[in-house]
Design a protein around this ligand. Structure first.
Ligand SMILES: [Zn+2]
Length: 68
């Protein structure tokens, strides 16, 4: 029982580090400013996972979960 929980803990730490590195990359991508492909407005952002929307002209596009 003790050995099992220790190995699980080790795996969790390893997974956590990888996830954190991946999250940093994704976070930078999300923070990056984008231009709307339709009107060129900078108010183009991710509305939901996989959906990008322009606040100015309401242009909506399906893209990747974290990047277009
Ligand atoms: Zn637009």
């Amino acid at each position: 029982m003790k050995a099992k929980s220790e190995s699980l803990k080790g795996l969790g730490a390893k997974y956590g580090a990888t996830l954190r590195r991946r999250y940093t990359k994704i976070y930078l991508m999300l923070k990056k400013r984008r231009n709307c492909p339709m009107c060129g407005s900078m108010r183009f952002k991710r509305e939901a996972i996989g959906i990008w929307k322009c606040d100015k002209c309401n242009y909506k596009v399906a893209g990747g979960a974290y990047d277009l």
